[in-house]
Design a protein around this ligand. Structure first.
Ligand SMILES: [Zn+2]
Length: 410
């Protein structure tokens, strides 16, 4: 197999990415035994804290092995001409551009799903089970995988087909059309996520009348937040971990509370969590996030349009006959350092937004119940109370608990 210089650049990117990430994991893991900050001594008792440190340790080792395995498989696949082999196999079935791309990606994704399955199974039924988080049955696990796969085939296949159609009909300007289409898809999913996608995986019921509902409605009215849809989702079907989130906008906007959240928190604490979510909406975080992700998508597609035509990009993954699908894979690998950087920016922005939403909850409702709810939620999920700052900088979309509490108490 012919190997050009881009081929070696891809190998270097993969190895450097692995090393950087594992180094961060290592820095973080070294702090697992550190003593708790004074604000958090009441979160865990000694026994629970030991359990949370073990949970972190287990996940750390698991990540080291699963990431290492996926790195080795990817490198071997590249080195021994795996992409070329899949490309030849695809070409023996059809020579027509769109079906070829669909089959090519179908084989690659099926292969990686099969290889990833044992790891995903182990995480859910061994690690999460061992620490008492797992509520997923084997049949839920299986049906999740199948539904997720079908969704990927429909959405991914549809987008890929349209991409190629745009490329064939508009040439170098295809990125503008592709961008417009992606924008429509992102907006559509944002609007109808709760209505169309969530029901495939979970049951949602409107929050029943009662004192919780009236507390929520009183709060919403006080801050001038029009809220018709408050739903409860059966998160307990999969995990004991609790959550709440906001989705959609305009008439479609709704708040979704996990049933686990309702069971674990007091009424005031739930309203505080909700006030935080309303803060995201009122401070325009939802819109800003949407715009930022549209802009980064546009940039990515524009850069893609500059390179998609170069046979070198297909060759970079060892595929000798240049094609749209091979160039797409080569581009994705070469572009990954840039997506890491945009990821850093997004996380930085997100952490800022979390503080703003906390401040909103503090001024429009109260800080104390939010502090106690955050503590409860951290305890339930055995979250890391002493993460390494470098790890936070790269991976955290939310500030560490102690920083949020300091900010809320300030
Ligand atoms: Zn938030």
């Amino acid at each position: 197999m012919e190997k050009n210089s881009l081929f070696y650049i891809i190998l270097a990117i993969l190895v450097v990415q692995y090393l950087v990430h594992q180094y961060l994991e290592y820095l973080n893991a070294k702090r697992f035994t550190s003593t708790l900050p004074p604000e958090l001594v009441d979160v865990f008792d000694e026994e629970e804290y030991r359990k949370s440190q073990q949970y972190k340790q287990t996940n750390y080792k698991f990540g080291l092995i699963s990431d290492g395995f996926s790195l080795i498989v990817t490198i071997c696949f590249l080195w021994f001409g795996g992409f070329e082999w899949v490309d030849q196999l695809t070409r023996s079935i059809t020579e027509s551009t769109i079906p070829m791309a669909l089959i090519f990606f179908g084989i690659i994704m099926l292969g990686s799903a099969v290889l990833g399955l044992p790891f995903s199974y182990y995480r859910t039924f061994v690690i999460e089970e061992q620490y008492g988080f797992n509520k997923t049955t084997k049949s839920t696990f299986l049906s999740d995988k199948i539904k997720g796969g079908i969704l990927t085939i429909i959405l991914g296949g549809g987008i890929l087909t349209l991409f190629i159609l745009f490329y064939q009909s508009t040439g170098p300007n295809f990125w503008i059309y592709a961008w417009a289409m992606v924008a429509v898809v992102i907006l559509f999913i944002n609007l109808f996520y709760s209505r169309l996608i969530v029901p495939l995986f979970n049951k949602q019921t409107p929050l029943e009348d009662g004192s919780l509902k009236s507390s929520i409605e009183n709060y919403a009215q006080k801050v001038g937040f029009e809220l018709q849809n408050i739903f409860v989702i059966d998160g307990s079907k999969r995990s004991t971990k609790a959550n709440a989130y906001f989705s959609g906008f305009g008439k479609e906007k709704r708040i979704t509370l996990f049933d686990t959240l309702i069971n674990d928190l007091t009424e005031d604490e739930i309203v505080a969590v909700l006030a935080h979510e309303v803060g995201h909406y009122k401070r325009k975080h939802i819109i800003v996030n949407l715009i930022v992700s549209l802009l980064t998508t546009g940039l990515t597609l524009f850069i893609l349009s500059l390179f998609i035509n170069h046979p070198e990009i297909s060759l970079a993954i060892g595929v000798s006959t240049p094609s749209f699908h091979a160039a797409l894979v080569g581009f994705a690998l070469l572009y990954s350092p840039i997506s890491e950087i945009t990821g850093l920016v997004m996380n930085y922005l997100s952490r800022k937004f979390e503080f703003q939403a906390d401040d909103f909850a503090k001024t429009t409702f109260a800080a104390t119940p939010l502090v106690s709810s955050l503590k409860k939620l951290s305890k339930k999920s055995l979250s890391n109370l002493t993460p390494h700052p470098a790890y936070v900088f790269v991976h955290y979309s939310h500030p560490p608990l102690v920083e949020r509490i300091r900010n809320l108490k300030a």
